[in-house]
Design a protein around this ligand. Structure first.
Ligand SMILES: *Cc1c(COP(=O)(O)O)cnc(C)c1O
Length: 355
């Protein structure tokens, strides 16, 4: 037993069969574009959920070097990795302190909690207070202080660095955008703060009225296009590839995969690809998706399995086991085809991709 464990540890892993290329130049270019679109406001960066699935370790140095100075995560558990790349004072934790342990941790780590309720404000003050951010709910009814609470005496004790709110429908031309803007201005008039922040990626495209001092793009940094105004400016950042792990010849009448949903009508070459729903390539791609090799399209045959898909190799008969194929990941197009949101497409990319 002991000997086997030692060998397993020492043996060098063979190359992976899934890889995710991050176009660092496109990522930096997207941040600069969003910073420019933010006008006089500084663009920050939402790096929650492992930088939307692309890997904090890869993304943080690029955003930092591009000039981002305000970073946002959701969970306390996300702090240690992100904080290895930047001064802790540049990091805000959106979920806020719900236990005194959270407040103690924020103070020790030097990161700012985003206070989301009167209870959290009291908790933060009781634990010693200090610089924090404050979230106002202006209409999404998720996290944040309600508008009827903005004059609460507890809030007056806070040392608010960034007063923020979050838009519910910035990716649409909804009257809710202007309503939230007006409420946010009213909150800003009532609560002293060093800086104001309202816009996420889509909010940046709503114009300078929405930019204030700091913007908080996430999706568009990573290649998502939440509004038409950003098409042509935002570049694809995530480029997944998967390897062929078997080639096979189908005969007329052979069916493929679970529940035999595809049956070959003539002899054809098929490739089994090391990519499945456990990797974030979900069942909804079955019957719609196609992988790619250069210009050649490799349509999916049958259902997506946990670890595999089978594709038609008719357009690329030269491909062999071990060859890489591209997983098309232009986010707006992939979203239309799959029915998944651009956010889900990014954050679903699994652990088995070498990033
Ligand atoms: C996730 C998040 C963002 C980033 O939103 P995108 O739509 O990805 O740009 C900004 N602000 C808050 C509060 C968030 O939770």
């Amino acid at each position: 037993m002991a000997r086997r464990a030692t060998l397993t540890r020492m043996a060098e892993l063979p190359p992976p069969t899934l890889r995710l290329r991050l176009d660092a130049e496109a990522l930096a270019s997207n941040w600069r574009a969003l910073d420019a679109m933010s006008g006089r406001a500084a663009a920050g960066a939402a790096v929650k959920a492992d930088a939307y699935g692309l890997g904090v370790g890869n993304v943080m140095p690029v955003l930092r070097d591009a000039g981002a100075k305000d970073f946002f995560v959701a969970h306390w558990s996300e702090v240690p990795e992100v904080a290895t790349h930047i001064p802790a004072s540049q990091l805000s934790v959106l979920h806020g302190p719900i236990h005194s342990d959270d407040a103690d941790y924020a103070r020790q780590a030097g990161v700012r909690p985003v206070i989301n309720s009167i209870e959290q404000a009291a908790l933060w003050l009781k634990s010693g207070g200090g610089p924090c951010d404050l979230m106002i709910d202006t209409g999404i009814n998720r996290l944040g202080i309600a508008m009827r609470q903005i004059h609460d005496a507890t809030l007056a004790g806070l040392e608010v660095v960034t007063l923020m709110s979050h838009l519910a429908s910035a990716d649409e031309d909804s009257p809710l955008n202007a309503e939230q803007l007006a409420r946010f201005k009213a909150a800003a008039a009532a609560i002293p703060a060093q800086r104001l922040s309202l816009a996420n990626s889509a909010g940046i495209a709503l114009g300078s009225d929405y930019a204030f001092d700091v913007t908080r793009p996430g999706l568009a940094l990573y290649g998502g296009v939440p509004r038409a105004e950003m098409a042509g400016t935002i570049r694809q950042v995530a480029w997944p590839q998967a390897a062929i792990i078997q080639r096979r010849k189908l005969q007329a009448g052979d069916s493929v995969g679970y529940n035999a949903t595809f049956t070959a009508s003539e002899p054809m070459a098929a490739g089994v690809i090391s990519l499945g729903y456990a990797d974030g390539y979900l069942r909804c791609w079955s019957g719609k998706g196609a992988l790619q090799s250069g210009e050649a399209l490799l349509p999916l045959l049958g259902k997506v399995s946990m670890d595999m898909v089978v594709v038609d190799l008719s357009q690329a008969p030269h491909l062999r086991e071990g060859d890489w194929v591209d997983v098309p990941y232009d986010l707006p197009a992939s979203s239309r085809t799959s029915g998944l949101s651009q956010y889900e497409l990014l954050t679903g990319l699994g652990k088995r991709f070498r990033r």
